[in-house]
Design a protein around this ligand. Sequence first.
Ligand code: G4P
Length: 286
Amino acid sequence: MSIQWFPGHMTRARRQIQDKLKLIDVAIELLDARLPLSSRNPMIHEILGDKPRLIIMNKCDLADPEATAKWLEVFRKEGHAAIPVDASSGYNIQNIQVEARKLLEAKFERLIAKGLKPRPVRALIVGIPNVGKSTLINKLAGRQVAATGDRPGVTKGQQWIRVGSEMELLDTPGILWPKFEDQLVGYRLAVTGAIKDQVLNVEDIAFYALKFMSAHYWERLKERFELETPLHDIEDPNEIVSIMEEIGRKRGCLVSGGRVDLEKVSGIILRELRAGKMGQITLEHP
Ligand code: G4P
């Protein structure tokens, strides 16, 4: 993770979000559609409380659409609004203000009945680093407003961005931490590139990715690298390493003596996976 999270950071991040919650009507929780569990903050329900919530499954362009549809059901059953979005291309972002507005319909009707003037819905985007907060804010604003790599605890002036006629968005997102004490969460975040390869060993991340692909998307893996290595038992680490070596030979990742450069091939496998070269993949299913 680009941010080193210490207890002090978490407390500060949480306080900052809770201060901002006082200003808004609806919280927009951004999740990575490929990892709806691991990209979720472990204290999210406590932090957001009963604030109306729109869950955005971002990077839906990279995720398995069937899995995304199932997750949307799960979140809607939890009582939240939920939609898939691709913040990079802008796919479905027009529905954000529509959904936010719907969540607030009853409250606004009550206010208008009391004689108050209609006003835009105020929203805040929250999510862990790299989930796409800045990309989405910039896309919604139609210009560069959010800097990437925000740090929790750095207070700067915040402004409202007008999104269409129905919504106003705070330009600084709420930055949350993932459940990083869980090693599996770390690996999954690393596979998607949310954690830098320098933090965990790149060969370990690629091993995890290959094992996952072998178990859940074997045909796609086989096709992508024209694999001949048979797969009998995914629990046998030697089989996964053999697959890695075959990919290495095919991609010319060799060192002296004809051995496979495992670090190099690991980099290739991860780059291709993250770029969607093996198709749309979801690492966590409901
Ligand atoms: P953050 O503010 O939450 O930390 O995330 P940020 O917007 O910086 O996005 C992190 C990375 O995720 C960026 O890629 C961004 O382009 C990418 N991204 C965001 N939303 C989507 C999406 O819906 N689909 C896809 N495919 N990618 C998305 P990067 O490699 O760090 O930078 P760059 O490639 O944009 O230069």
